[in-house]
Design a protein around this ligand. Structure first.
Ligand code: ADP
Ligand code: MG
Length: 695
């Protein structure tokens, strides 16, 4: 149960003065409907109104405060024209200042700014020719209130219909109701970082004194740390709970794996052997395996998955491999059933298109344990799919699945081992943020004989010579991908662009030599074209970015990516990985139309590196965490303040800190432990609390 000290923060904002039913929905749109949502809505800038320059010295664009005498009201030159302003001429001993009002109510202005009187004014200065103007001053006050204006004001992100002043007022009220909370951060760590209490830091973050403080300050760092610590601790609590289940040790006799080794047409790379060893050790350990296998496209993850699955099967368990598309699942099924042909295991294949009797029979065999290894798509985690004894679940291209989808497969058995695989390396920061200290294996070396892909960056105007090149590639019997990305707002326009290319290329290379795949096509048609490409009926494949991940077309040696400037590094690298899957020379041509600074940097990095891990780190640096993975799908926590690029060191510290806490005070019973409980509730990890002993 949420501790009492937090009750005030979780009350509805309509209890604040000035927020009624009418405005509440604006706040809801902006931040949320509870005080806690509001107090974490931090300023994005600040305005310094302390300066009182002489009017003559007021530069265009500055914010100035001034005391002026009102001299004259000048009604709009063209009364009916909304662009013709009402002007109020003012002066003091340093010069003349004109206040400008569009769509003004003259009576109101006459009352606010009576001729002959003095007023304190503050606002943004504009210069038009010789005239110094302030349009719609932020403040028009009696001179006696000058001191109230002359301060540094926070500026908050807004939503249409809600004004700065109203928001500030509600925030002040909310912060007034905000309690002091017990300290959950280690005192030495606080001191080393020069941090203050939670409440003081929060107040400070709402009252920045410079723009630099908006970017970064001890107060904001502390608030970010709170958030990171809470999420790391929550991950560890769950992890401890789910992994400490005894009697899950899986160790096969090795006969199936021995047979597989003998049948493999290649020798395992050192990297593969290493990773397989790590996985076997995890499987044998009593704790539940949670391992992420990262390996570039083509690094040979499938065979690693197969060895892990066979280990489970030898030990009398079932295994499952889930892939995000039918093509991929089909490819795995084909390769695995061929290679294990005489080994003696039963493999099932379950995808959406398998229906009726066939499906029913498969499900029955699965439930009675006749099937040792099930390969398929999302179909695998549906309710009707019941395993007799699932011991290992492998998820390929794991980032294509949502967190809940991954979990529902995990729930098909009791504390089954999980192996997640991805060809999009996840930067270390993000793995930490998403999984806490989940084990990570890297497949760094590529199977022998692979050549580097030669990457070129060219302007779109170079298309003709590129087409000549493709002609020569086709003559050699090799294949080419041509990627037309989603660029326009409208999918139809993109589709038209891809179709234009398709028609153009059919004229150049022959009508039956070119294929087209795009997202609007039914899956089976798309697969048909992909397979024609793989099997050599088609030499040139035009595709929007929907081409399936991981599809193995061995003799594709060229990939051209149009509008490469619009892609992130990881995505470009993924696309590039479609070629170079053999011992021939391959190339990737990045075509650009317009090139900004960051895009230029990105393409240069692409040209210089073939290392997916390095590219992932760079992608994070250039784009930020949420963008790299897509927050919703990835399971990446949606932080309010913490930023994974900026606060990586804090994230590491939070990881270490939470590890230590779990060792010394796993049920959060000490004084600090109790404060940490408050922290967890503050960030709404309520559901994780049930794993702690009552305290
Ligand atoms: P990933 O899924 O990591 O992108 P795959 O598992 O699809 O890569 O492997 C890519 C290709 O490399 C496949 O054709 C596979 O058979 C082959 N391969 C895997 N391991 C080796 C190896 N050690 N030596 C040679 N070829 C390999
Ligand atoms: Mg793969």
């Amino acid at each position: 149960m949420r501790p009492e000290i937090l009750f005030a923060l979780f009350t509805d904002i309509k209890t604040l003065p000035g927020i009624g039913a009418k405005t509440r929905f604006l706040y809801e749109k902006l931040a949320g409907t509870r005080l806690i949502d509001l107090i974490y809505h931090l300023p994005s800038a600040c305005i310094d109104r302390r300066a009182m320059p002489s009017i003559m010295d007021m530069k265009d664009g500055i914010v100035a405060t001034s005391i002026v005498q009102i001299e004259e009201h000048i009604p709009p030159a063209r009364p009916r024209d909304k662009n013709s302003p009402f002007k109020v001429r003012c002066y003091n001993e340093t010069g003349f200042l004109t206040l400008v009002f569009f769509r003004a109510y003259p009576d109101y202005l006459k009352k606010q700014l009576p001729i002959g009187e003095k007023r304190a004014i503050s606002g943004k200065v504009e210069r038009f020719g010789g005239e110094v103007q302030i349009a719609h001053p932020d403040y028009i006050e009696p001179v006696s209130r000058l001191k109230d204006i002359q301060k540094i004001e926070p500026v908050y992100p807004l939503t249409a219909g809600l004004g700065q002043k109203n928001l500030r007022k509600s925030l002040t009220a909310a912060l007034d109701k905000t309690p002091n909370l017990p300290e959950w951060i280690d005192p030495f760590f606080m001191k080393r970082n020069n941090w203050q209490s939670w409440k003081k830091s929060l107040l400070k973050a709402h009252n920045p004194e410079t723009d630099a403080e908006i970017e970064s300050s001890p107060a904001k760092n502390r608030l970010a740390y709170d958030e990171l610590l809470a999420s790391q601790l929550a991950l560890k609590i769950v992890r401890k709970h789910v992994s400490h289940v005894k009697g899950r040790s899986i160790k096969g006799g090795g006969d199936l794996r021995q047979k597989l080794l003998e049948k493999l047409p290649f020798k395992l790379t050192n990297g593969q052997e290493e990773v397989i060893k790590q996985i076997h050790a995890d499987q044998e350990s009593e704790e539940r395996m949670m391992r992420l296998l990262q390996g570039d496209v083509g690094s040979g993850k499938t065979v690693v998955a197969l060895f892990s699955a066979l280990n489970a099967v030898e030990a009398g368990k079932q295994a499952a491999i889930m892939a995000p598309t039918e093509i991929l699942a089909g490819q795995h099924y084909k390769w695995i059933s061929e290679i294990t042909d005489e080994i003696g295991i039963n493999i099932g294949y379950l995808v959406g298109s398998i229906k009726g009797k066939q499906r029913a029979q498969l499900l029955e065999q699965l439930e009675n344990g006749e099937i040792d290894l099930l390969i398929g798509t999302h179909a695998l985690f549906q309710d009707k799919v019941i395993f007799k004894n699932l011991g290992l679940a492998i998820i390929d291209e794991q980032h294509r699945f949502g967190v809940n989808q991954r979990l529902s497969l995990a729930n098909k058995g009791q504390n089954i081992d999980m192996l997640l695989m991805t060809a999009t390396p996840i930067p270390r920061t993000l793995t930490l943020a998403m999984y806490g200290d989940m084990e990570v294996s890297l497949l760094k070396d590529k199977p022998a004989g692979r050549k580097e892909i030669n990457t070129k960056v060219l302007p779109a105007s170079k298309i003709d010579p590129i087409l000549d090149g493709i002609g020569r590639v086709i003559e050699k019997g090799q294949k080419t991908y041509w990627i037309c990305p989603l660029v326009e707002e409208s999918e139809l326009i993109d589709l038209a662009a891809a179709e234009n290319r398709y028609n153009e290329f059919r004229r150049v290379f022959g009508h039956n030599k070119v294929g087209l795949v795009h997202g609007k096509m039914p899956t089976n048609e798309r697969q048909e074209v992909m397979l024609k490409f793989r099997d050599g009926e088609i030499d040139l494949l035009v595709a929007t970015t929907v081409i399936e991940v991981g599809v193995d077309v061995k003799d594709a040696t060229v990939i051209v990516i149009e509008h490469a400037e619009r892609f992130g590094l990881s995505q470009l690298h993924q696309l590039r990985g479609r070629v170079g899957r053999n011992d021939m020379n391959s190339s990737c041509i990045l075509l650009y139309h317009a090139l900004g600074e960051i895009a230029k940097e990105r393409l240069t990095i692409m040209r210089e590196s073939n290392d997916g891990f390095y590219l992932a780190e760079e992608d994070l640096r250039l784009r930020g965490g949420g963008e790299v993975l897509g927050t919703k799908q990835s399971g990446l926590p949606n932080f309010k303040i913490a930023n994974l690029t900026e606060h990586f060191d804090l994230l590491k510290a939070a990881n270490d800190d939470s590890k230590l806490i779990m060792q010394t005070d796993p049920d959060l019973q000490t004084t600090r432990g109790k404060a940490l409980r408050t922290l967890l509730y503050l960030f709404e990890y309520d559901s994780q609390m049930k794993y702690l002993k009552v305290g």
